[in-house]
Each structure stands twice: as structure tokens, then as C-alpha cells.
Ligand binder design. Structure first.
Ligand code: FES
Length: 130
């Protein structure tokens, strides 16, 4: 009798914890700052890099426009991972035209939506004009 009750409680606990883990899935991306230090940024699919960095306390790629694609200070280089992200829309491309040291792989963190395909990749912070 006692082992049956314990067994049911254990099964209920395992099921509950498994459901919690399944509903709280985070992936990781790495952001290499200008100092060379790599920061781990946990994210949920659909977050922008800017939102995820902010939630993880990573200030290096924060801009001054509050994530509104106007200051371009959140510019990052996505390198060989460019095709893993959705293409930049016209608003982002217009903003990138004003970005300092823009490259072919430049994106704005405030427009760059993260997905599970980018789990584990490293993104480089672009230099900024002083
Ligand atoms: S935060 Fe200003 S352009 Fe992204």
C-alpha cells in the first residue's frame, strides 16, 4: 500500500517536472563583445537578439534608441550564419545604410529574430563610432 502511494506520487512529480521543463525551453547564442569576451545569451524562439541580450543583462549591444532601428548602435556581424536568420526587411536595410562599418553580414540586434536554428552560434558585436 505504502509503495503504491509513493509510486503514484513519484510518477506525478516526474510528470509535473517534465511538463515544466518542456514549456520552458531556452536556446543559447553567444555574443562576442568588442573586448573579445563572449557572452552567453539564452533566448526563446521569436525573441530579438536585443530583447534576449537585455533579459540576460548583456549591455554591450544595447543601442540608445530603445530598439527602434534608428541609432544602429546595436549592429552585429552574423558571419557564416547569415542564412539561418530571416532576411532583413526594408526598415532594417534602410537603417543599416547609416551604420558604421557595415558589412554584408551586418544586422541590427533589435531587428534580428532568433530561432532554434541559431542555437550555439556566435555573433560578433560591430565597432561603434565614438
Ligand atoms: S537599438 Fe538602436 S538601432 Fe537597434
Amino acid at each position: 500500500m505504502l509503495s503504491s502511494v509513493l509510486s503514484k506520487q513519484l510518477t506525478k512529480s516526474i510528470t509535473s517536472n517534465t511538463l515544466k521543463m518542456a514549456s520552458c525551453h531556452f536556446s543559447k547564442i553567444f555574443v562576442q563583445g568588442l573586448s573579445g569576451k563572449k557572452h552567453v545569451v539564452e533566448f526563446e524562439e521569436g525573441d530579438t537578439l536585443y530583447e534576449a541580450a537585455e533579459e540576460n543583462g548583456i549591455k554591450e549591444i544595447m543601442g540608445v534608441c530603445g530598439g527602434n532601428m534608428s541609432c544602429t548602435r546595436c549592429q552585429v556581424y552574423v558571419g557564416e550564419h547569415k542564412d539561418k536568420f530571416a532576411e532583413a526587411d526594408e526598415d532594417e536595410l534602410d537603417a543599416l545604410d547609416r551604420a558604421f562599418k557595415r558589412q554584408d553580414d551586418s544586422r541590427l540586434a533589435c531587428a534580428l529574430e532568433l530561432n532554434d536554428d541559431v542555437d550555439g552560434v556566435t555573433i560578433i558585436q560591430a565597432p561603434r563610432k565614438n
